[in-house]
Design a protein around this ligand. Sequence first.
Ligand SMILES: [Zn+2]
Length: 306
Amino acid sequence: MIIRQLTRRTLRSPLECGSQLAALKALTGAARPNSDMAEFREVFSKAKHIAIITGAGVSAESGLPTFRAASGHWRRWKTQDLATAQEFSRNPSRVWEFYHYWRELALKATPSEAHRAIAECEARLSKQGRSMVVITQNTDELHRRAGSKHVLEVHGNLFKTRCLSCGDVDDNHHSPICAALQGKGDPDPKCSDADIPVRDLPRCDEGGCDGLLRPDVIWFGETLDSHVLTKVEKELDACDLCLLVGTASVVFPAALFAPQVASRGVPVAEFNIRPRASTSRYKYHFQGPCASTLPIALARHQSEVI
Ligand SMILES: [Zn+2]
């Protein structure tokens, strides 16, 4: 399976990722995109196993920045350059300031109409013996906070920490995560680094370990969790309808999930603010803010029995 061959999280320009693009093209046909919502709703009403792949666009409507947008900077740095193990090793204070900023934003954010529509749909379908899984690249927990139960977080979770010494992974919703980060993380390019000593950054409290903690997210260049990927593959193989929501499909291997489903002849519906190069490969495309389009797409169908 193609995803198994590409388990490392990467963000590359099309010129650099020729083999991945070739794989993506090989996986998909040249379907003509269709924006017929009534037709999509008929397909939706008959689907038994629905996979929804989500990206930053869903959370953008909750006020969280999409860090890979044109303005994808925090202070003077590209956010993808901060999200690496190398940068954390070089400057853990700066990287923790960035993640502290992001955690605090996510804690204050409320789920969008798109998050809520997905969660409500899952609850309704489960009563009908139908299933829905959310496969998300987002780390902000907003799907869970909206009420989604079946969520696979392929890039980890902002509200989990991992100890670099003992490996312990723990939930952590503290605000701030440590006293030294209180009031830090201002994204303004004119703001200086806080240069917090490593001993004052988040530390492990497991059995007196006191090791340095890192966010339990998948950084660029790191391999995705194999247990999560196995579950994702199972869901992609089983689904009979796939929705691709609010993602630019530029981060691998997640960019291959929907093409893999389409290659089986299963309908894929893309919901995005604007068409992408890959849009023509999917059966349906609905343009616009997903907080507007998804609630219509996932509303109860007249044929559904509750
Ligand atoms: Zn530890």
